[in-house]
Design a protein around this ligand. Structure first.
Ligand code: TRP
Length: 472
């Protein structure tokens, strides 16, 4: 989005915000975290957090953007201007918000590369290859064919780097030629198709033998599986999926017209994003449990979608075509999110370094390419690089996991704390509520105030201390 263009309608805002919110976070990240952190109990924790924390932060960020008409750095700077001591230093929050997308985009593109590979995998392989009972070897070990295929792919530097670069080239071309609007239009047709396809696959999964156990695992919370990590992971996922604590929503708020109803727009984004994540879980988790039991679900990792979905497609005639369509649609969702991440970075870089948009694109691409390639090599040549080995519970974490952890579980909570201090300490809760409410009814004003003034900061501090291994 370029500087001088605002959203011409409320629908424009909702579609743009929802388009950037729905992406790999919903389809790749949410299901594997849910599977790994106990199914139903994670889902419940996540839903509670979305309705309280997520809501409050989403709405606060939009309001900050609409009040200042600036991106995160400018908005924090303007609001903190003239404040002394602690409140003046809150302006650092703007920088934290701006750094997060710089860290996320490289590994987002790595996963985008994986999705690209699977479009080809579905088109070029007979899906029988991915049948749940098929066996293949990986590093000399015999294992489930679908898992082996995935491992062989991510540990092959040439292939993994190749598909990553392909993905990067496409999104950069879109941004460089300024055709995002065309992509957005495409997306308005493709996203509903993706959702319908996911619903159809969910219905199919209900008829898989043993899927009952999987639906129970997903939908019935089991309190014995609850731990600190459930909350830490759910909180990180919430930031990632709603694109909060990274300046995006502040930027979107800045493009919103004053007369538009902020409250209902934010409700729609929240509902849509969470709905898509819920459906993705409903499609994937029962399938993993049906194919491999609960144990397979608990051992889930970043490869879950890529290992399980091909097995689903191998289980019915014509699955290959459905599989190809599925990955193409996911690729679109990923590309639109990656493009809006790129736009945010380019905006920040060109403003702060005072350079042209073209130069900012080149700089960002170099950064993405370097960090992305290092991340990919973390699965092969650089697998000995495990930066968090000094914290016992993160021993063995690879580079992708580390980037993901630092951005979602460390920087985003800090960014969100800064936003909250800005709202409560600098702007003042009364003033921001007036801005948000406008002429409209606001049923959840109490939730907002309660979260901002009481809940957010202590909870985020606990998450932060726990995530960094200091407590828990
Ligand atoms: N929310 C996006 C998703 O679920 C990912 C994302 C994080 C994002 N930050 C963003 C997308 C900024 C666009 C802009 O996949």
């Amino acid at each position: 989005m370029h500087k001088n263009e605002g959203f011409s309608s409320k629908l424009g805002f909702v579609l743009a915000a929802a388009g950037s919110a729905v992406g790999l976070g919903n389809i790749w990240r949410f299901p594997y975290l849910t599977a790994k952190y106990g199914g139903g109990i994670f889902l419940l924790t996540y839903l509670i957090l979305v309705l309280t924390f997520g809501y409050a932060l989403l709405i606060a960020e939009n309001a900050i953007g609409r009040m200042t008409r600036k991106g995160p750095i400018g908005a924090f700077r303007e609001l903190c201007a003239g404040k002394k001591s602690f409140l003046g230093s809150v302006r650092v929050g703007g920088w934290i918000n701006a750094v997060v997308p710089l860290l996320i985009l490289p590994y987002y593109c790595v996963i985008g590369g994986w999705v690209t590979k699977y479009v080809f995998a579905m088109m070029c392989n007979p899906v029988a290859r991915f049948h749940k009972d098929a066996i293949e070897s990986y590093a000399g070990l015999k294992m489930n064919a679908s898992a082996a295929y995935f491992q062989n792919f991510i540990t092959d530097p040439w292939q993994a780097v190749g598909f990553f670069l392909l993905f990067v080239v496409v999104i950069v071309a879109v941004a460089a030629f300024g055709v995002e609007k065309g992509v957005e239009r495409f997306n308005k047709i493709l996203m509903p198709i993706l959702i319908l396809l996911i619903i159809a696959i969910c219905i199919y999964c209900m008829f898989l033998p043993n899927s009952g156990a999987g639906f129970r695992y997903y939908l019935m919370p089991d309190p014995s599986k609850f731990s600190y990590m459930t909350v830490v992971a759910a909180m990180g996922q919430l930031f990632f999926s709603l694109s909060i604590a990274m300046g995006i929503m502040i930027t979107y708020g800045a493009y919103m017209r004053n007369e538009d109803n902020l409250v209902s727009s934010v409700n729609q984004v929240e509902l849509f994003d969470t709905g898509v994540a819920f459906l993705a879980g409903l499609m994937i988790i029962p399938s993993v449990v049906a194919f491999g039991g609960e144990k397979a679900a608990e051992q889930a990792g970043v490869g879950l979608v890529f290992v399980t979905m091909p097995q689903v497609f191998a289980s019915f005639p014509g699955g290959q075509f459905v599989g190809a369509a599925f990955f193409i649609l996911v690729l679109f969702a990923a590309a639109t999110s990656a493009i809006s991440l790129l736009e945010t970075n380019v905006h920040t870089i060109s403003q702060e370094l005072k350079i042209s948009r073209a130069k900012a694109i080149v700089l960002n691409v170099c950064e993405v390419a370097v960090i992305g390639v290092v991340t990919i090599l973390g699965y092969s040549l650089l697998s000995f690089v495990q930066p968090l080995n000094f914290i016992s519970r993160y021993r063995g974490m690879d580079i992708l996991g580390t980037l993901d952890f630092i951005s979602n579980s460390v920087l985003m909570p800090i960014g969100a704390i800064m936003t909250t201090v800005l709202v409560v300490g600098v702007i003042g809760i009364e003033r921001i509520c007036r801005e948000i409410r406008g002429q409209n009814k606001w049923y959840r004003e109490f939730v907002f105030q309660f979260c901002m003034c009481v809940v957010v900061i202590p909870c985020l501090l606990i998450v932060l201390l726990n995530a960094t291994g200091l407590i828990g």
